[in-house]
Design a protein around this ligand. Sequence first.
Ligand SMILES: Cc1cc2nc3c(=O)[nH]c(=O)nc-3n(C[C@H](O)[C@H](O)[C@H](O)COP(=O)(O)OP(=O)(O)OC[C@H]3O[C@@H](n4cnc5c(N)ncnc54)[C@H](O)[C@@H]3O)c2cc1C
Ligand code: FES
Length: 498
Amino acid sequence: MWRDTTPLPTFPKLQENLVTDVTIVGAGITGITTAYLLAKEGYKVTLIEAGMILNGTTGHTTAKITSQHGLIYNELLQHFGHEKARLYYEANEEALRFIRSVVTEMEIDCQLSEENAYIYLQAEDEKEQKKMEDEFDAYKQLSIPGVWHDRLTIPVPAVCGISLPNQARFHPLQYLKKLTEELVSLGVQIYEKTTAANLEENEDHVKVFLENSDRHITSKYVVSASHFPFHDPRLYFARMHAERSYAIAIEPETSYEGDMYISIDTPERSLRSVQYGDKNLLIVGGENHKTGQGISTHEHYEKLLTFAGEHFGVKKVYFRWSAQDLITIDKVPFIGPIGGAYNRVFVGTGYGKWGMTTGTVAGRLLTDLIMKRSNPYAELYDPGRFKADPSIKNAIKENLNVVKELITGKVDLSHPKLGDLGTDEGSVVWHEGKRAGAYKDPEGKVHLVDRTCTHLGCEVEWNSGERSWDCPCHGSRYSYDGTVMEGPASEPLKKLDA
Ligand SMILES: Cc1cc2nc3c(=O)[nH]c(=O)nc-3n(C[C@H](O)[C@H](O)[C@H](O)COP(=O)(O)OP(=O)(O)OC[C@H]3O[C@@H](n4cnc5c(N)ncnc54)[C@H](O)[C@@H]3O)c2cc1C
Ligand code: FES
């Protein structure tokens, strides 16, 4: 939706070897914010993007800018203690202030508007109610200025809620487009359709090698801002999982009063408004599921539409979209040195669907790390942190889920034959006595792929809404013809003869 309403500049593909101070891989909120801050400090920065800038998760967010990240503070308090839980809040509040100050200084017209953020409970449930009460108690202990509500003023089922004042929402691409224009005037070299394949670190520099090319970029530092790290020396795939979410932007029958809401119980529902021309649209989000493990995409949209119709009335549906974000096993993002044997490579990932503030935290923190300045949040976000609880428990749970998917994918036998496939339809099919992934395009051409994920061998599943093959294990996504769309996989699915 955001791209449809914002024409963006385009950039060439990198065709030569380059030498620069810092190479940033990935042009979402993390890459662009980091490039902006480093360029302002006088660094020569090169930003490369595999596709088009701002077409990753940042182009498909709901763009609430808030320190209220669902139910988080009680968990942080329990597992990290008072100091770190408070630091988490402060880091995100600082990011919000940073965005505000950039918008004011650069006079960016991006619909930035101050609102209250709410978490709320949809249905009576003793266990969930207790979680809300514990969360509010954590707010009090951490001096977070939340307010308890026994009822909400919006027309959705709600038992109680907690609001956090002075939060915000904006149009993320209008904001980041202006930052990108600023990058160009600061001399940042930006390249699209330029994919980092791997890297090699030497004593005083790092070489980033490009995919399908013998080109490379040599720099003093590299930042992986590629959502899932394009290089994985620390088994990030085993410490994060990918979750898809869906959103629709509708013109409601009843006017929506504003403020931003997200439920804590399932099915998750998220609400915010957005100005589109002279219309005040309502964005309804939710229907989260682990990538590759959901029902059909259309059903998710239908459920959101039914919810919107029941509670707000739907005059017209303007946009619908889905995207995925990465969630770490202890819910705290990974921002800092990428790990392994690398000293000059940094990463920002695992934002748990709160990347507007966290991507901004990452830009500031990674700039400080590269400049060897101290930063109060470095330890909190350090990807090398180790906490026995909940990380280990969640890691075991996640990896058991991976094992289950690995086995399910290999033994599931209920599939149609290739000839039964309709036009513009994809499915796992029986083909020459074996299972294969098939998609028949609108021209009737069949694209057949081996479903074995090139990351670690799980079986990918068809995503009918996005026409992609999604891996249920660690969230890799491939287009209908097997081309990689999202990592950790870096190699395409093997093509088969139809
Ligand atoms: C449906 C949904 C709603 C959300 N709502 C909110 C919200 O209300 N508030 C909030 O704070 N957060 C929200 N989030 C989360 C937020 O949008 C993300 O956390 C954030 O956009 C991630 O930004 P990023 O820069 O890390 O990644 P991206 O925006 O995905 O950028 C990474 C870029 O790297 C590129 N890339 C990948 N691999 C390579 C490679 N090898 N070489 C070169 N380039 C590469 C990709 O093409 C991509 O453009 C939401 C997420 C979803 C899915
Ligand atoms: S993403 Fe890891 S096996 Fe597919």
